[in-house]
Every structure is written in C-alpha cells, then in structure tokens.
Design a protein around this ligand. Structure first.
Ligand code: PRP
Length: 183
C-alpha cells in the first residue's frame, strides 16, 4: 500500500518508495565494487530488514548469499528498551566471511553495536553495516555504519519493513506515525 491509503494514520511521508529504490541502487553500486571477489555474506535482521534485503540484494551486481538473525529490542512499545534478545540465530558459519549486516533502521544503536561485537567474536573476516535509515538524534551508542541510506529525524516511523505492533510493514513509503495511533 502507499501512504495515501493510510493518510489518517500518518502525519508525514519522510521517504517515498521511489527515493528508497534509487538509494538502494546507489548503495548497491558501491557495495558491488567494494566486495567484488570477496566471500560476502549478507545478514538481514528480522523482521524489519526484509524489504530492504529483498530490493537491495537484487540490485547488487555480485553473488550475495544471505542469512537471517532475529533479535528484539523493542517489544510491542515505541521506545528502545536496551535489551537485546536472540530469537533466531544464524545458520551460516561466519569464519573468514565478509559480513555485511543489512538493517532497516539504526535508532538507539544498541541492537547493531551488540551484533557487531557478536559477529566479530565468531571469526568473521570483516563486519560492516548498511542501514537504510538512521536517527542521529536517538543514538545512545556510536555505531560503525559504512553505508547509510537516509538520516531522519527522531520520530516514530513506519513502512518499508518498519512496524508498529506488526502493522505498516507493507507500506511502500517510510512515514511518521500519527500519535493518536499509539497513544
Ligand atoms: C528494530 C529495527 C532494528 C532495531 C533498531 O527492530 O529493525 O533492528 O529495532 O533499534 P536500536 O538501534 O534502538 O537498537 P525491532 O526490535 O523493532 O524488531 P522488528 O525488526 O522485528 O520490527
């Protein structure tokens, strides 16, 4: 669905589907060049990263196996709790792999800083991050993020994989959720 179909539940469209897809092409060009000839493994963080992984991986010009990890830092609320819980671990061995973590959003940074440390301790040759969205004003910890799509304001955003209570992941655009929906 497009933002117009949920216009009463959002206050503003921050990034349109067209802008997202153009940005993914741009980042995919860089990643294709940077990882050419390397043993790349894309790691998606469920569930938010499903859309970005699907579109980004198909924009790459190189072979890119993928694996998935499920962690949770939010629960059903709207603020980061700081608690990272593993719900599904990787299937792949990271030893000597060049890992690129694919994320929908860096909010507090707690999830990614934990993942970076965790993956490095498993013997990966390198671990880098591509985050489609980043909220600089929400950062609680500094995260090393090599590829960033868009820096956005510290608002509660939904769409393109991002949810509120499992809704709005299938919204094509990224939009600010109206406060009356969650308060
Ligand atoms: C979201 C998002 C990131 C994380 C970012 O996931 O997909 O993984 O929070 O937040 P942080 O920078 O404050 O740690 P969430 O736990 O909501 O799960 P989901 O992807 O299944 O919606």
């Amino acid at each position: 669905m497009r933002a117009a179909e949920v216009s009463s539940e959002i206050t503003q469209v921050l990034v349109t589907e067209e802008q997202i897809l153009a940005k993914l092409e741009e980042v995919a060009e860089r990643v294709s060049a940077d990882y050419e000839g390397k043993n790349l493994l894309l790691v998606g963080v469920l569930k938010g990263a499903i859309m970005v992984m699907a579109d980004f991986s198909r924009s790459l010009r190189i072979t890119a196996p993928m694996d998935w990890m499920a962690v949770s830092s939010y629960g059903a609320g709207t603020k980061s709790s700081g608690v990272v819980q593993i719900r599904k671990d990787l299937d792949e061995d990271l030893h000597d792999r060049h890992v690129l973590i694919v994320e929908d959003i860096i909010d507090s940074g707690l999830t990614l800083s934990w993942l970076l440390e965790n993956f490095e301790s498993r013997g990966a040759a390198s671990v880098e991050v591509f985050a489609l969205l980043r909220k600089p004003d929400a950062a609680k910890v500094e995260v090393r993020c090599k590829y960033v799509g868009f820096d956005i304001p510290n608002e509660f955003v939904v769409g393109y994989g991002l949810d509120y209570a499992e809704k709005y992941r299938n919204l094509r655009d990224v939009a600010v959720l109206a406060p009356h929906v969650y308060s």
